[in-house]
Design a binder for this molecule. Structure first.
Ligand SMILES: [Zn+2]
Length: 407
């Protein structure tokens, strides 16, 4: 079933965003653009205008050097094809938010949003930013699947033989169910990395566990997912817990709001807490007592309310909904599932449209919505308001008409 409530989001408690200054929204949209009537898509196989891996490396170094020590950029690992995986950390507070983007290589708005956030937090001198940075720590992983990104595809690039070079015990085992020999029309093998996570963060692949199923945990078979896991474990060791984890994605290009003040309009961002099967993850609680689904909903709500407050509930930028969430849906191998089972609030952002579909105005608008959502979550963590929200109000967010689903 899908939850429906009559509670209007506007009735939920407004969220102050701690005086943070938000950058100006993108220009007004054309009649057939976001928020308008028809769903216009583009075909941009060259994905011009998006940050590629080389540019990301350069931009992060620039952000670090211009921040005068405020932003710390580190290499956290190396992809199977040898590209650097970067993290960028800013803030000194004792609440930590880890945000990753582009685990599906062709889902790119999150990378742009994170670069904007890091640049601002690295250089802004206003009191609100200083306050924020003394209360929270942001650890951004802005491009965690650059091998897929360079091919403009969802999967990473790794053969089963290469997996077995790291784990000889799986050489003759059936390939994991989420390993494919080609993807997005490109005949190179790889994983859907967002199925490669396991709540047992010490898990070592075992031949007898393969090939696994969608409802089972993943196996940490790829260097990219292991690098993300290692960042999480290090943060948990340092902070005691990782308060929040955000995973930035894209979905279909033509999804529309169903209900709410923008009924029928194109959605900008859909948000979700981890889909851990029926009964809100109850089946996992015996083994994973730290799971707190309501906490994940509070963090998602903080993002939604912050976006609405920043732009007004009628703005196309604030066409925020709840991700389509059939009750039986269960992806134990998603990172958000694994980290939620370890006690973190985890929030999925699904931005409308893959990058090939988006014209420049839509792109700018959607990057801004994502950015404001993450900034609002940080501000709400800093003020403590995220702890005071009612997670059930998340269910009041409008749904959307399901088009294609690519989380
Ligand atoms: Zn995705």
């Amino acid at each position: 079933m899908r939850w429906k409530t009559s509670l209007s989001l506007a009735a939920a408690a407004p969220l102050a965003v701690a005086g943070l200054t938000f950058a100006a929204p993108a220009q007004a949209d054309p009649p057939d653009g976001p928020g308008g009537g028809s769903c216009k898509t583009f075909d941009d196989p060259q994905w011009d205008g998006w940050t590629d891996h080389d540019e990301l490396s350069q931009k992060l170094q620039q952000i670090e050097s211009s921040s005068a020590g405020r932003v710390d950029v580190e290499q956290i690992g190396t992809t199977n094809l040898g590209r650097e995986l970067w993290s960028a950390r800013v803030g000194t507070g004792d609440r930590v938010l880890m945000v990753q983007s582009a685990i599906h290589g062709n889902e790119r708005t999150g990378t742009e949003a994170l670069l904007g956030i890091l640049k601002d937090l690295g250089t802004s001198q206003d009191a609100a930013t200083q306050d924020l940075l003394s209360s929270v720590t942001l650890v951004a992983l802005p491009m965690v699947n650059p091998d897929g990104g360079e091919l403009n595809r969802r999967m990473n690039v790794i053969s089963w033989d290469e997996v077995a070079e790291t784990y000889p015990q799986v050489a003759d085992a059936p390939r994991a169910w989420y390993h494919r020999l080609s993807g997005d029309g490109i005949d190179l093998p790889g994983f859907d990395l967002n199925r490669d996570f396991n709540a047992d963060l010490d898990y070592v692949p075992q031949a007898g566990d393969l090939p696994g199923r969608q409802v089972d945990a993943g196996f940490f078979l790829s260097p990219e997912s292991r690098a993300i896991r290692d960042v999480y474990v290090d943060l948990r060791d340092e902070f005691g817990e990782v308060d929040g984890v955000v995973d930035l994605h894209h979905m279909g290009p033509c999804d529309r709001m169903t209900g709410g003040e923008q009924d029928g309009k194109l959605i900008s961002v859909a948000l979700d807490y981890p889909p851990l099967g029926v009964n809100d993850g109850a089946a996992y609680l015996d083994d994973w007592p730290l799971l707190d689904q309501d906490k994940s909903r509070r963090y998602a709500l903080a993002a939604a309310l912050g976006i609405q407050e920043a732009y007004g509930t009628q703005s196309p930028l604030a066409a925020v909904g709840r991700y389509y969430h059939p009750a039986a849906r269960e992806y134990a191998g998603q990172g958000r599932s694994a980290f939620a089972l370890n006690g973190s609030a985890t929030v999925l952002f699904e931005v409308r449209g893959q990058q090939d579909d988006l014209g420049p105005k839509q792109r700018g608008m959607l990057v801004q919505s994502v950015r404001t959502g993450v900034e609002s979550m940080l501000a709400s963590m800093a003020s403590g308001e995220v702890d005071q929200l009612d997670g059930d109000d998340f269910f009041a967010l409008p749904d959307y008409g399901w088009d294609t689903n690519s989380d």
